[in-house]
Design a protein around this ligand. Structure first.
Ligand SMILES: *[C@@H]1O[C@H](CO)[C@@H](O)[C@H](O)[C@H]1NC(C)=O
Ligand SMILES: *[C@@H]1O[C@H](CO)[C@@H](O)[C@H](O)[C@H]1NC(C)=O
Ligand SMILES: *[C@@H]1O[C@H](CO)[C@@H](O)[C@H](O)[C@H]1NC(C)=O
Ligand SMILES: *[C@@H]1O[C@H](CO)[C@@H](O)[C@H](O)[C@H]1NC(C)=O
Ligand SMILES: *[C@@H]1O[C@H](CO)[C@@H](O)[C@H](O)[C@H]1NC(C)=O
Ligand SMILES: *[C@@H]1O[C@H](CO)[C@@H](O)[C@H](O)[C@H]1NC(C)=O
Ligand SMILES: *[C@@H]1O[C@H](CO)[C@@H](O)[C@H](O)[C@H]1NC(C)=O
Length: 789
């Protein structure tokens, strides 16, 4: 089987080479041909179909790049350039010299760039329809190709070999090399990494395929699949994928100036609105992925902060009182900083704070004070000349020196120390535009990420609670410490739990590996749900502590809150807040009355928000592994809260999913569980998609007793209805839903994206949220079952 596949691959590679050879013979550029850079000249070498052109592009007045671009698209998207760091003036020339080298010479005759062809005699050059510029011999053997020296873009049929590097552009309009690299390292690991701009030294690897030794080539094939392959040609790790739709789109993979690797598609059909749209990207949250806590200032540079807008795009801002220095240099104060000489006490009178909520700089504290009031915290920062910023949260005061790094949106209160009567209005570095943007950046974009309430503050403060026990005194701690395995929640003795649960005689429900009882806490009379785990992995003691601590650190309104735990002898018990309205399954599948459409829509969105939080906002992403209506509970206002997250790792492998419940049906279980494929956050996306359909249609994903056999499996039926343009059939008898077909269509289309059998096709949860709330258009989903692995 495997060797078959390899054979196939070889055949494909060979046949595609032949195809390329044929293409190249269509329009040859002969030796001694040349193009001159000139604003008025449109002289280019185009590919046979006219899709790509090679020539000069004026990127700023009088500055030209020798480049390749999509010539038929309105924005003439640049995909390659020879001299990105060194634009040339008008009058410069590129020539295919008599001895077969491609040479870029500026108007004074200096050679700026030249192709380094393999030995052999170049007979002609050709711009191919793939976007590849080749120099070939008289037998059409390729001696040099632009595909071998990519800039920031890969195109279909292009291959990234070990040690090849894509460099992001400096900015959206300046194509010189920026701060981020995408490279298949010599060791086989495919990584996204920041460099210490402008030098080339790596600083922080913020995404990696984890394929040391095994990664051999990244292949962007003609079908739009981007796969990392092994040396023997088998697929090691699919990166991005657009499945059967490849023929309908122009495509490119580009490492953009904000450090995000994006797979873009552009519909070829004339009737669709022509624009590039993002099909997939990594990392899902660039502001959090980049963590330059040892060196460097984070994604936006020192003293700045990063916020995520729609679609994983980041933007950089300066806190008030600071101005942007341009490029990757972050921000600098607009005022004279606190003096640290003998006058510091006097100077202390000159400072005040600009308050910002929802922003944090989580690393590099020089002092942390626990259990102090805000007034005290403010005063100590004002009187300490080293202090430039304090974060005050939960009675903990984090003091930071200049420069602060890795700023990002996160709940909490930041107090930025600024000079009151700023005498530095004529700071030479402060340009008018700089000031303007620093004031506009004060507006904090509300992002989907704001849910993670004070995570890092909590973490550090709990650390102190744990280690210092009841020490009331203030304490100075050098360097930041963020240990795992410590929690804010109560630890109960078994006796306490037994008393609370009244001897465990009010059972609320039971699952394959747990029993849930109702209970009442002794101290505050709070009603709780007590979950006894009965088939925990043996030797899982450390694991239990680690998981409990990871669960306890979550804090989101759409997650059931863990209040405490008991870990005594054989007993592993979790104590949760009690949800008065039971499970979503009971609510949704009750015979009558049908839950209102509006409530269902709200519930669907809120669940998406909860899962998104688990995947993206926790210090360690939590894969739920068992998203289903039984695991979503409703509080007194029918707001949904996801239960049982974080338990997947604790339960024996074969219990993390109840296969029995889904035998012969599609269930909520993503296909990769059965296919020996890696389990990623996308398994939850799949389960969410199924549940979303159930919410829309108010029925179970599998109903063997329906009259029409074609309706038994909801996922299949929904796709059929969608394809036939008959979504109303899904909500027969539901007048509320039928009068809101637009929402129904958005939700069903999103669900179909979520239940793609190919996990790489499924969107990340933050994209799902954008789709559901209409801030992003939902593209036409392919047939979920089209994936053949
Ligand atoms: C390719 O290599 C992988 C890992 O070394 C191995 O599991 C697989 O069987 C190989 N496939 C073929 C076709 O040789
Ligand atoms: C391009 O050059 C190759 C090799 O010399 C030749 O076989 C082919 O016919 C040429 N194509 C055209 C259109 O001139
Ligand atoms: C270049 O193209 C523009 C628009 O396509 C056209 O108006 C102009 O005349 C062309 N110039 C030359 C020198 O061909
Ligand atoms: C190709 O070029 C080589 C010399 O580089 C020459 O010997 C050969 O005859 C040429 N072949 C053709 C088909 O022109
Ligand atoms: C692009 O940015 C680099 C680095 O800051 C700068 O040197 C160069 O002049 C810029 N190029 C243009 C065309 O603005
Ligand atoms: C591209 O790769 C996929 C596997 O991800 C394979 O199924 C498909 O046949 C390949 N297409 C081409 C044109 O090589
Ligand atoms: C700041 O300036 C105002 C008037 O412009 C003045 O009243 C005040 O005393 C000044 N404060 C300091 C700390 O210099």
């Amino acid at each position: 089987m495997a060797s078959c596949r390899m054979l196939l691959l070889i055949i494909i590679i060979i046949s595609s080479t032949i195809v390329k050879g044929q293409e190249s013979s269509n329009r040859n550029v002969t030796l001694r041909s040349s193009i001159v850079a000139n604003s008025d000249s449109n002289s280019t070498w185009t590919s046979p179909s006219g899709e790509f052109a090679f020539g000069f592009r004026e990127v700023s007045p009088g500055a030209f790049l020798l480049a390749i671009w999509f010539d038929q698209l309105t924005d003439k998207t640049l995909v390659w350039s020879a001299n990105r760091d060194e634009p040339v003036p008008a009058g410069s020339t590129v020539q295919l010299s008599a001895d077969g080298a491609l040479e870029l010479v500026d108007q004074t005759g200096n050679r700026v760039w030249s192709s380094q062809a393999r030995p052999g005699t170049v007979a002609y050059a050709a711009m191919l329809d793939t976007g590849n510029l080749v120099l070939a011999s008289n037998t059409s053997a390729i001696l040099w190709q632009s595909f071998d020296s990519p800039t920031d873009t890969l195109l279909p049929t292009q291959v990234l070999n070990r040690q090849s590097v894509l460099y992001s552009s400096f900015s959206a309009t300046n194509f010189s090399r920026g701060k981020f690299k995408f490279t298949l390292q010599a060791d086989g690991n495919l990584v996204l990494v920041t460099r210490s701009y402008p030098s080339d030294e790596n600083v922080n690897t913020y995404w990696s395929s984890d394929t040391v030794q095994t990664g051999f080539q990244l292949i962007f094939n003609n079908s739009g699949n981007i796969n990392l392959i092994r040396q023997n040609g088998t697929i090691l790790r699919p990166l991005f994928n657009i499945g059967s739709l490849a023929g309908q789109f122009h495509q490119r993979l580009v490492l953009e100036h904000d450090g995000v690797l994006r797979h873009y598609v552009y519909p070829k059909s004339a009737d669709s609105s022509p624009a590039w749209s993002v099909r997939n990207f990594e990392p899902s949250n660039i502001c959090r992925a980049i963590r330059e806590d040892a060196m460097g200032g984070g994604p936006c540079g020192f003293n700045s902060y990063c916020s995520i807008t729609v679609d994983g795009r980041s933007s950089c801002h300066c806190p008030s009182g600071y101005y942007p220095r341009g490029g990757f240099s972050g921000c600098a104060p607009e005022f004279v900083q606190h003096r640290c000489d003998h006058q510091q006490a006097q100077d202390a009178q000159s400072f005040t704070f600009n308050e910002m909520s929802g922003v944090n700089w989580p690393f590099k504290d020089y002092a942390i004070f626990r259990d102090v009031g805000e007034a005290w915290c403010r005063q100590s920062c004002l009187s300490d000349c080293l202090c430039a910023l304090v974060i005050y949260s939960n009675r903990v005061c984090f003091m930071k020196p200049q420069p602060f790094s890795n700023g990002r949106e996160e709940s909490g209160k930041a107090l930025i120390k600024v000079r009151m009567n700023n005498t530095l209005t004529s700071n030479p570095g402060t340009t008018a535009s700089g000031r303007e943007s620093s004031s506009t950046t004060l507006t904090i974009t509300l992002s989907v990420l704001l849910g993670c309430a004070g995570l890092l503050f909590l973490l550090s403060s709990f650390f102190f609670v744990f280690y210092l026990k009841r020490t009331k005194s203030m304490m100075v701690k050098r360097s930041h410490v963020r240990p795992a395995g410590v929690s804010m929640i109560s630890s109960f003795s078994f006796k306490e739990v037994q008393e609370a649960a009244n001897g465990f005689n009010e059972e609320l429900g039971r699952g394959a590996c747990s029993i849930v009882d109702r209970g009442t806490l002794k101290n505050d009379g709070k009603v709780v749900a007590v979950k006894k785990l009965n088939k925990i992995l043996e030797q899982a003691d450390d694991e239990f502590k680690a998981e409990v601590s990871s669960i306890s650190r979550t804090n989101h309104k759409n997650l059931v809150q863990l209040l405490g735990y008991c870990d005594e002898g054989q007993n592993r018990i979790l104590v949760y807040e009690f949800m008065t309205n039971g499970s979503l399954a009971t609510f949704l599948f009750q015979k009558s009355p049908r839950p209102s459409w509006y409530t269902r829509v709200q519930i669907a969105f809120a669940i998406a928000r909860g899962i998104c939080y688990l995947h993206e906002d926790c210090s360690v992403p939590i894969i739920h592994c068992d998203i289903k209506p039984q695991n979503v509970l409703l509080d007194e206002t029918f707001a949904p809260k996801i239960a049982d997250f974080g338990l997947a790792k604790l339960l024996k492998a074969d219990q993390t999913r109840t296969i029995t419940g889904i035998r012969g049906t599609k269930g909520y279980v993503a296909p990769e569980w059965f296919r020996n494929m890696p389990i990623t956050v996308k398994v939850d996306v799949y389960s969410f998609g199924i549940m979303l359909l159930e919410l829309m249609c108010c029925r179970r994903s599998y109903e063997p007793d329906v009259e029409d056999e074609g309706e038994a499996v909801l996922a299949d039926w929904a796709y059929d209805c969608y394809q036939q343009g008959a979504l109303d059939l899904l909500v027969v008898g539901d007048e509320e839903a039928r009068s809101d077909m637009k929402t129904l269509e958005i939700y069903v289309k999103t669900a179909i994206w979520c239940i793609q059998e190919d996990p790489t096709l499924r969107p990340h949860m933050n994209i799902v949220m954008h789709m559901l709330q209409g801030s992003m258009q939902v593209p036409t989903p392919p047939d979920p079952t089209a994936f053949i692995h």
